[in-house]
Design a protein around this ligand. Structure first.
Ligand code: GDP
Ligand code: IMO
Ligand code: MG
Length: 418
């Protein structure tokens, strides 16, 4: 089985902990897009791990952890993550990095900062990890790939050209020598991991191995299918898997979505069900909604069923995993957005224009809260009836079956629906 796990909202749905759970049953876990903008949390025996570039399956000994060509790799961050994990006793013997993945360079972070400042009030609120500019260089065909860090002459030539571009753009004269030597050193340190991951994955598939594809960000942050321009710069919906790994669309067996039981968004951009009131603050506090990468507070709101229906459609979701149900425990009433209203008209489908995301008003269905502690619940039948009704409503509105529910961040705090 080759399974894709994808975020259905604006990221931080709990993909990391889902990957950690599913990784037990597969042979390899693959990151296929994004970069160190991602922050995937896994909690094992109260010990917390936050992964930015390394697949969240690495905690399971013997499983291959693959960073495929669609990822943009910050080598400094990758080495840091490798070092920190090794210090905690995690082996890196099974880490593989695509020679064709693109490298995040220092000027990418500078140009991102510059552009965000220039945008002023309409800034995107990026993570500052150089992600957008690295993908822009890839599309402009001047990107530096991980394999280039292994060849002095190639890197020198590519770097010279890029430094000319960034000098005229930013007015900064970078030291070619300094960057060249530093990145060649990164290359040397990472040499043993760098390989042809498309071929490697293909061979695993031919041997009948099971593979898990770990999405970063979420459907609504997808460069094509998200709330553009307030998105990330890669295809973070399931559509990104094949291009991001160099595998055939025929090889995917199953697509699993992950959704949080409410909605969060970090950074700027439209968010129809956002709650700028005490309920929003309660969700933020109880859910500890602070970015795993930047520490920024995440904006919080009600569950958006229209957006889930959209994610079901564009990803072709087979099933959904719903996380953080426990965070809603204290609420008297819970609401689910079932449609939008735009300029007097009811809209059932997720809009595809900025003005509509910004101006549409959510239409809610209100339900009774359960006002009970669910964090110790270990089976579906023990959930309060009102919580089960809430889950059923999400399934019905989102048009996707919910297979697993989580009520806590720990590995075992997750159970199946009947
Ligand atoms: P990801 O980017 O999709 O992997 O999600 P993040 O790791 O950025 O954010 C999810 C956060 O919620 C993490 O801190 C998780 O430990 C935590 N979490 C995940 N599932 C649950 C849950 O069911 N209940 C609670 N209380 N916390 C959870
Ligand atoms: P995970 O994988 C939540 C958001 C940023 C910003 C926008 C563009 O942990 O779910 P970028 O730095 O990518 O150019 O920023 O995307 N963003 C995320 N939000 N979770 C993430 O990753 C995110 N990665 C990027 O906050 O709004
Ligand atoms: Mg995250």
């Amino acid at each position: 089985m080759n399974i894709v796990v994808v975020g259905t909202q604006w990221g931080d749905e709990g993909k990391g902990r889902v990957i950690d759970l599913l990784a037990r049953k597969v042979d390899a876990v693959v990151r296929y897009q994004g970069g160190s903008n991602a922050g995937h949390t896994v909690v094992v025996n109260k010990e917390k791990f936050v992964f930015h570039l390394i697949p969240s399956g690495i905690l399971h000994p013997g499983k291959k952890a693959i960073i495929a060509n669609g990822v943009v790799v910050d080598p400094e961050q990758l080495l840091k993550e490798i070092g920190e994990l090794q210090e905690r006793g995690i082996s890196m013997d099974n880490l593989y990095v695509s020679a064709n993945s693109h490298v995040v360079m220092p000027y990418h972070k500078d140009v991102e900062k510059w552009e965000e400042a220039l945008r002023g009030k309409s800034k995107i609120g990026t993570t500052g990890r150089g992600i957008g500019p690295a993908y822009a260089d890839k599309a402009a065909r001047r990107g530096i790939r991980m394999g280039d860090l292994l060849e002095r002459e190639t890197l020198k030539e590519k770097l010279s050209f890029n430094l000319k571009i960034y000098k005229s753009l930013l007015g900064i004269t970078y030291s070619r020598k300094e960057i060249l030597e530093k990145f060649l050193e990164y290359g040397e340190k990472l040499r043993k991991y760098i390989t042809d991951t498309s071929l490697f994955i293909y061979n695993l598939m031919r041997e009948g191995k099971d593979i898990l594809f770990e999405g970063a960000q979420g459907t609504l942050l997808d460069i094509d299918h998200g709330t553009y321009p307030y998105v990330t710069s890669s295809n973070s919906a399931a559509v990104g898997v094949c291009a991001g790994c160099g595998i055939s669309p025929r090889s995917i067996s199953k697509i699993i979505g992950v959704a949080k039981a409410y909605t969060t968004r970090v950074g700027e951009g439209p968010f129809p069900t956002e709650l700028k009131n005490e309920i929003g603050s309660l969700l933020q506090e109880r859910g500890n909604e602070y970015g795993a990468t930047t520490g920024r507070p995440r904006r919080c709101g009600w569950f958006d069923g229209v957006a889930l229906r959209y994610a079901t459609r564009v990803n072709g979701l087979d099933e959904l995993i719903l996380t953080k149900l426990d965070i809603l425990d204290k609420l008297d009433k819970v609401k689910i957005c079932v449609a939008y209203k735009f300029r007097g008209k009811i809209i059932q489908d997720f809009p595809n224009r900025f003005i509509m995301w910004r101006e549409c008003e959510p239409i809610y269905e209100e339900m009774e809260g359960w006002k009970e502690d669910t964090s110790k619940v270990t089976s579906y039948k023990d959930l309060p009836v009102a919580a089960r009704n809430y889950v059923k409503k999400i399934e019905q509105i989102g048009k996707v079956p919910i297979r697993l529910l989580s009520v806590g961040p720990q590995r075992e705090e997750m159970f199946a629906t009947p």
